[in-house]
Design a protein around this ligand. Structure first.
Ligand code: PGA
Length: 254
């Protein structure tokens, strides 16, 4: 069976390189545990070198974004060739916080192609802003998925990407505010149905679906064992070595 996937999204934390080094030292103490998973760490760009050095053989470097630009003159942009030069293996694409800055599904579709072209795994984020009693958010989810994955080839492209279902209303809170396992299973089934309609059943079963949004040691167990989820995209809890370790322990105990 494939290893559970754990992606640590550090966003714009820690505040300094010295704090980052302290966190990495703590995390590295559980290196043996992390080798039983596919662990990816997505730090701020400024810490890439230090993080990639210290992840050694128990984790891989990920980016929180990828530019769809080719090498050239673009002030303030980090181009994919730079990401590659640090050994980036995965890029989070279309996170709701980036969509909040105006990134559209069209931008996201381009970024997915760029990542694939550079042999970087695209981790494509989708998720509704809020839920309504009539289930209209399913329509939103379908549209977002369809427009983000537009133009991809089911044979050569889709088999190389991963999806992260991150309902926006569940991000950045606490375990009790996250999605319930029952609602998560429903969303997973729905996403697979849309993938089947867009591509085919084999694709729908093959694409790993991760969950993100207030994942903590307190809720990871049922969210993993009862839902068909293959791993997690974890924000705040991944910035605490103890919580990250507890999450990893839960993942390998299933
Ligand atoms: P959270 O963040 O775990 O802090 O909710 C998840 C994310 O935004 O990817």
């Amino acid at each position: 069976m494939a290893k559970p996937i754990l992606v640590a999204n550090w966003k714009n934390h820690p505040n300094s390189l010295s704090e980052t080094m302290v966190l990495l030292r703590e995390i590295a103490k559980s290196a043996k545990l992390y080798k039983k998973l596919s662990l990816f760490v997505a730090p701020p760009f400024t810490y890439f070198e230090s993080v990639s050095e210290r992840l050694g053989n128990f984790g891989q470097l990920a980016s929180q974004n990828i530019s769809s630009l080719s090498p050239g003159n673009y002030t303030g942009q980090v181009t994919p060739d730079i990401l590659k030069s640090f050994g980036t293996k995965l890029s989070i694409i279309g996170h709701s916080e980036r969509r909040g800055f105006g990134e559209t599904s069209e931008h996201i579709a381009k970024k997915i192609k760029t990542a694939l072209h550079c042999s970087i795994i695209p981790l494509v984020c989708i998720g509704e802003m809020s839920r309504d009693p009539d289930g209209e958010y399913f329509e939103f989810l379908r549209d977002e998925l369809k427009s983000s994955l537009a133009g991809l080839n089911p044979k050569t492209d889709i088999s190389k990407l991963m999806l992260a279902y991150e309902p926006v209303w569940a991000i950045g809170k606490h375990a009790q505010d996250a999605i319930t396992p029952a609602n998560l299973s429903q969303s997973v089934i729905f996403i697979k149905k849309v993938l089947t309609d867009m591509f085919n059943r084999v694709v729908a079963e093959h694409v790993p679906i991760l969950y993100g949004g207030s994942v903590e040691p307190a809720n990871i167990g049922p969210l993993f064992s009862e839902t068909g989820i293959k791993g997690f995209l974890v924000g705040h809890a991944s910035l605490n070595a103890k919580s990250l370790k507890a999450i990893a322990e839960s993942l390998i105990s299933k």
